[in-house]
Design a protein around this ligand. Structure first.
Ligand SMILES: Nc1nc2c(c(=O)[nH]1)N=C([C@H](O)[C@H](O)COP(=O)(O)OP(=O)(O)OP(=O)(O)O)CN2
Ligand code: ZN
Length: 122
């Protein structure tokens, strides 16, 4: 039997404002507005000698550090988020987590209050 592969996941939350320059000039997307976001990051790998894929606390610290960068801010001001869709926010987190977690396998951005979600598979 090949070595079992696990996938661990940690979630964090943040609130932020944004606008998206899509649709007709008076479209509501273009108006400054805010959302509550939930972000999940998953790391896939085999069990290390410690008995885990990676320490979930280290994933928690790294994930919260990125979420805190965005919390209570204007997403459009962040590099790479000039058009801050869920898809682009997934890429934003993945770019910042991948160096520390080469086994990063999935990032999910959701807006729970309005039932929206986007998953990036790596
Ligand atoms: N594929 C995507 N489509 C849209 C995104 C996105 O990130 N990816 N984002 C938006 C806007 O952010 C929009 O504000 C999302 O909210 P919306 O669907 O408009 O829902 P409301 O906040 O208006 O709440 P309602 O329940 O619809 O009133 C749009 N599309
Ligand atoms: Zn929006």
């Amino acid at each position: 039997m090949s070595e079992p592969v696990f996938e661990i996941t940690k979630a964090a939350h943040f609130d932020a404002a944004h606008y998206i320059e899509q649709g007709p000039g008076d479209h509501r997307y273009r108006r400054l507005h805010g959302h509550s976001f939930r972000v999940e990051a998953s790391v896939k790998g085999v069990m290390q000698p410690a008995g885990w894929v990676a320490d979930l606390e280290s994933l928690d610290v790294a994930l919260k550090a990125v979420a805190t960068e965005l919390d209570h801010g204007l997403l459009n001001d962040r590099p790479g988020l000039e058009s801050p869709t869920l898809e682009r926010i997934c890429l934003y987190f993945a770019e910042r987590l991948k160096p520390q977690f080469p086994g990063l396998s999935r990032v999910v951005l959701s807006r729970p209050t309005i039932g929206e979600s986007c998953a990036l598979t790596l």
